[in-house]
Design a protein around this ligand. Structure first.
Ligand SMILES: NC(=O)c1ccc[n+]([C@@H]2O[C@H](COP(=O)([O-])OP(=O)(O)OC[C@H]3O[C@@H](n4cnc5c(N)ncnc54)[C@H](OP(=O)(O)O)[C@@H]3O)[C@@H](O)[C@H]2O)c1
Length: 216
């Protein structure tokens, strides 16, 4: 697939880009600044096996030819960015991995989102795209470490069965247990703040924890 990553210059976008490129997809990292995207792509390409490269461009450039786009920007930048890309993303499957979190002296916590979740906010803006939620609990450091994927499951939420199946089909590239259907898009409101728990576990155990679903 041709995969575009909005905010592909950040750790999460870079990690997903590297894993999907290694899995045989054509991946482009997007940025608000074309030269920053180009620099990040060059750094990734230096690390990827010979013959595998990722492309780069502005966020608008990279979504234009994509089959599927992943949103990997901070929650507070999502709404304005997507409002500018409504037409460009029309007809596409758009995957949201955004975790709206706040931090206080007790650590990370989920913040209230009027639409219910970052994914539902994205769906409310991108009224001609099919929004799916997934990849929330994959640590960027693990995606970027060039080793084998970890023993994790990706929980994928969405209201369109075909779009959800498409995203589940990608998950083997980033998690050993692949993806599972985790219900409708509104379930993203439970997945996103769960990341606060994983970050707390990471802090307590100095680890990169993930989620593996058993019993399937
Ligand atoms: N880091 C993780 O381990 C992890 C794991 C799971 C999910 N996530 C989620 O994935 C998303 C990205 O995480 P990250 O750690 O990679 O974040 P990040 O480094 O803070 O941001 C990623 C990229 O987003 C762009 N960006 C920043 N502010 C923006 C704004 N106001 N408007 C538009 N673009 C903006 C920047 O790219 P340019 O300056 O190049 O435009 C930046 O490089 C977050 O929503 C996070 O919750 C992260």
């Amino acid at each position: 697939m041709q995969i575009a990553i909005l905010g592909g210059t950040g750790p999460q976008g870079r990690g997903l880009a590297a894993r999907f490129a290694r899995d045989g997809h054509q991946v482009s990292v997007g940025s608000r600044k074309a030269d920053r995207a180009a620099q990040v792509a060059e750094e990734l390409n230096d690390r990827l096996p010979s013959g595998i490269t990722v492309g780069a461009g502005t966020n608008l450039d990279v979504v234009t030819d994509a089959d599927l786009t992943i949103i990997a920007v901070p929650f507070d930048g999502q709404a304005a960015l997507l409002a500018d890309l409504v037409d460009a993303l029309a007809g596409q499957v758009v995957v949201n991995c955004v975790n709206p979190l706040g931090f206080d002296k007790q650590g990370p916590h989920g913040i209230e989102v009027p639409e219910g979740s970052a994914a539902e906010q994205a769906a409310s803006i991108l009224d001609r795209s099919t929004v799916v939620a997934g990849f929330h609990h994959l640590a960027a450091s693990v995606l970027l470490d060039d080793g084998p994927v970890h023993d994790e499951t990706v929980m994928v939420c969405g209201d369109d069965a075909d779009a959800k199946a498409t995203v589940i089909g990608l998950c083997g590239a980033v998690a050993k247990r692949g993806g599972v259907d985790a219900g409708p898009l509104r379930n993203a409101r439970y997945l996103e703040p769960l990341t606060a728990v994983l970050i707390s576990i990471n802090k307590a155990y100095k680890a990169h924890s993930g989620i593996a679903i058993s019993g399937l």
